[in-house]
Design a protein around this ligand. Structure first.
Ligand code: F7E
Length: 343
């Protein structure tokens, strides 16, 4: 039986990958997690299967990475574990490089020594494009990161390339544009919005008071997809004959403000009015402020616009997104309304 190690399985994309592999392969899956004093297995609690086994691996510990790879000798290694919150990366830049960059080198070194035929995927990011030179961004776009996070992923890309070229490994780092879902962490803007929308809706319906949603830069534009669509694209990338890297993106770009607008409209219906601009922007519902800006959520440097070109993946991998922007917002809002009403 073939063996796959997936890191970051308690996160959104890792948990979807485990479900995908259980459904579409007969492989043994090893889900790597980091020991925490308060573990959070919410995203994998529902997955009970003899083919899914949890192993412990800490990406900041080269010994633990090597130990797992040497013992399991996987056929595939999919690395989703990362410090992925861009806004936080200015506060802990070195840790971002340890986890997002150096760990990749440790993984590749262990694979080279113990299982050189293993196919390796590291999650790349549109944040590597950063201060974009042209739109839409494709796989030829230069790396121009704007955050320690983006720099850590761009550096990891160079490591993957060097190990691929030097040792003839099947090692790739596909570019993932923003990918969201009902399992997205609350610190990311999409889930922060949908979660608060649900709470505000509940408060309004119960006649309770509430604090408005506070956001940073609502003008920035992102290319948002559903994380489940990307899991399929990544598996197609890993099953190519030779290691080629692709951009996975929806091919649509929308501002944070548009996301807010659709989310509140979905939950509350009409009677919504925008007022002001930039740092004075507010959204009102029946004359009550439901969204306002708090400058503390602005970043030291912003990526203003991201729009990916999915055509290479559509042609080369026959990959296609199945969820569009408004469906994504709507699914996330409905899920958060259900979860909020259940508590
Ligand atoms: O921010 C703006 C913020 O934190 C999106 C990660 O998965 O995708 C993600 O990175 C935009 C930015 O995601 C708030 O300034 C405004 O312009 O949801 P985000 P991200 O930075 O795009 C890439 C592809 C990755 O690889 C990353 O790992 O929204 N924004 N107000 C805000 N963002 C947050 N988080 N919170 C706010 O209040």
């Amino acid at each position: 039986m073939k063996k796959v190690i997936v890191t970051g399985v308690t996160g959104q994309v890792g948990s979807y990958m485990v479900e995908y592999l259980l459904k579409n392969t007969d492989f043994q899956i090893f889900g790597a997690i980091r020991r925490l004093s308060v573990p959070n297995h919410k995203n994998i609690e529902h997955i009970k299967n003899d083919r899914f086994k949890i192993i412990e691996m800490d990406l900041s510990d080269a010994h633990s990475i090597n130990h797992c790879i040497e013992e399991i000798k996987p056929d595939f290694f999919i690395n989703f574990a990362a410090n992925s919150y861009v806004g936080f990366s200015w506060k802990m830049p070195i840790n971002h490089f340890e986890v997002n960059t150096l760990a990749v080198m440790h993984q590749l070194e262990s694979i080279r020594k113990h299982c050189p035929n293993c196919k390796y995927y590291n999650a790349g990011s549109s944040e590597e494009f950063g201060d974009v030179a042209y739109t839409p961004q494709d796989s030829n776009h230069p790396l121009r990161p704007r955050s320690p996070y983006g720099a850590s992923k761009a550096s990891a890309r160079q490591i993957v390339k060097v190990w691929r070229d030097s040792y003839n490994l099947f090692a790739i780092q596909g570019w993932l544009f923003n990918h969201e879902s009902e399992r997205r962490g609350l610190e990311f803007v999409t889930r922060k919005i949908t979660n608060k929308v649900a709470k505000i809706k509940k408060a309004i319906e119960s006649g309770d008071s509430f604090e408005p949603l506070e956001l940073g830069n609502m003008e920035s534009k992102r290319d948002w997809s559903h994380a489940e669509d990307f899991v399929h694209g990544i598996w197609l990338m890993l099953n190519q004959e030779s290691p080629k890297e692709y951009v996975l993106a929806s091919g649509e770009t929308h501002s944070v403000k548009e996301f807010v607008d659709i989310a509140f409209t979905e939950a509350l219906g009409g009677s919504l009015v925008w007022r002001g601009a930039e740092k004075d922007t507010q959204l009102l519902y029946n004359d009550t402020v439901v969204v306002r800006v708090n400058p503390k959520f602005y970043r030291p440097a912003e990526v203003d616009l991201l729009l990916g070109d999915p055509s290479e993946a559509e042609n080369g991998l026959e990959w296609k997104k199945s969820v569009d922007f408004s469906q994504l917002v709507s699914r996330m809002v409905r899920n958060d309304i259900e979860e909020t009403n259940a508590t």
